[in-house]
Design a protein. Structure first.
Length: 450
């Protein structure tokens, strides 16, 4: 495997000569047969490499601002069994073909990604193709724009297009669209005038039936497995999150200054189950600048958009308590960023979760999924609705006249502070309430129960 090759989880190879020096070195390696693992690899790949080099040398002049687009020449290798690779190749090489087919192809990709007919694994290749399409769209829209000059409005617009592509599609190995968005962001001046307002509100009242979630240290691995993981009991883990770089760096001001022009999906309304709920894509700056604030960045894969943030967090080896977990790549991580009063209704998740409090305070209230009936005691929405695993009850302000069975539910409470990690067993009901400005991270692992 040479310096320009990396292998994805699916076994495909990608080449990324980002600059002239790397391109020249790659040409030499191909000519001198230094880019093959063995003779069989040479027989199979020699024509592909040579064709790629020919394309790179002849077409590099067309896209000096967009080296990421060079990857599109490999689409026939990446997607051997689809004609879509050919479509996208034609689009990048033929502007007339692009103009005639852009809307048809973009709409098709968008619809197939959002249909319920395909399994998650099957959608991956279409999401990657969508990201490739966005790169092509960017190329034609901005190929005659000089981004080296202080053209900030164009750059901000371009970043938004990148982010929209990343939120719908999937970047390959975090090298192309996400990298391009990051480089564009670096061209813009940082905003330094953000004053973070951090109002601490009152902690919810303790219920007569409330218990306090126990705590252990991260080093107590055997105790965690035997007393909590194996018994599906929640526990607060100390000494884990405070080892992260993000623990010392992350707050609202950090995201405002360092990633302020990046765009994220913000939820508005009382909660995602309320009638006034809606979602809006906006930049971190626009989101955090709001003084009248009821927005919430909830359960968002920020690392797919901004891979550099991945360096700021860790994943504990405790995930291997679940024997179905084979590697750290089996963990899905999402960010939650909000101000005081941000609220997540009582709900359950399909996988185990290490819920990590990176910044600020958040009050959590849990209830066992094994002790109580979902519909008759926890008052979950009907199974035919869009939220069958969420409760209609605000467990921080319970109307016992309307929901009398709630009197019988034993809740487990804890005021999480920065550095705390909450283990939530799969299926265990939980609700969150922001006491201050807050940044949290969920780490889902193990098999799904629904």
């Amino acid at each position: 495997m040479n310096n320009f090759m990396t292998r994805s989880k699916n076994g495909y190879s990608y080449i990324f000569p980002y600059n002239e020096r790397y391109l020249k070195q790659l040409v030499i390696e191909v000519k001198e047969d230094k880019c093959y693992r063995d003779e069989d690899d040479k027989k199979e790949m020699k024509f592909v490499y040579q064709s790629l080099i020919d394309d790179l040398l002849s077409d590099r002049e067309k896209m000096p601002q967009f080296p990421e687009l060079l990857w599109l020449y490999e689409l026939n290798v990446v997607f051997e069994n689809t004609i879509f690779g050919d479509y996208l190749r034609k689009m990048i090489l033929n502007e007339k073909y692009y103009n005639e087919n852009r809307e048809r192809i973009k709409n098709f990709l968008f619809k197939i990604i959002h249909t319920g007919a395909l399994e998650v694994k099957e959608k991956i290749k279409w999401k990657i193709l969508y990201t490739c399409f966005i790169l092509i769209e960017i190329y034609y829209e901005y190929k005659n724009v000089d981004l080296s000059k202080e053209n900030n409005e164009k750059i901000i617009s371009l970043i938004k297009k990148c982010d929209n592509g990343l939120m719908v599609g999937i970047d390959v190995e975090n090298k192309y669209l996400s990298r391009y968005a990051f480089l564009l962001h670096e061209m813009l001046p940082k905003k330094q005038n953000y004053e973070e307002e951090n109002i601490e509100i009152e902690i919810p009242k303790r219920l007569e039936t409330s218990l306090t979630i126990p705590t252990i240290m991260i080093e107590e691995e055997e105790k965690f497995i035997t007393e909590y993981f194996n018994k599906s009991k929640p526990v607060i883990i100390k000494g884990y999150v405070n080892k992260w770089d993000g623990y010392n760096k992350w707050n609202h001001k950090y995201f405002y200054i360092n990633h302020g022009y990046r765009n994220i999906p913000v939820e508005y309304g009382k909660s995602y189950t309320s009638e006034d709920y809606y979602s809006k894509v906006e930049s971190f700056c626009d989101y955090l600048d709001k003084k009248t604030f009821n927005g919430y960045l909830a359960q968002h894969d920020i690392f797919h958009q901004i891979p550099i943030l991945r360096k700021d967090v860790m994943i504990t080896s405790l995930i291997f308590s679940d024997t179905t977990v084979n590697s750290f790549d089996d963990v899905d991580m999402n960010i939650f960023l909000g101000k005081s009063s941000s609220y997540s209704p009582l709900h359950q998740d399909p996988r185990c979760n290490f819920f990590c409090q990176v910044y600020g305070k958040k009050f959590v209230r849990l209830a066992s999924n094994k002790k109580y009936d979902k519909e008759n005691e926890l008052y979950c929405y009907d199974s035919t609705t869009t939220h069958p695993n969420s409760s209609r009850v605000n467990v921080f302000d319970i109307d016992y006249n309307k929901y009398p069975s709630m009197k019988n539910v034993i809740f487990e409470d804890y005021l999480m502070e920065a550095g705390d990690c909450l283990f939530i067993p799969r299926g265990y009901f939980h609700s969150m309430y922001g006491i201050t400005n807050s940044i949290s991270l969920s780490q889902w692992f193990g098999e799904k129960i629904f």
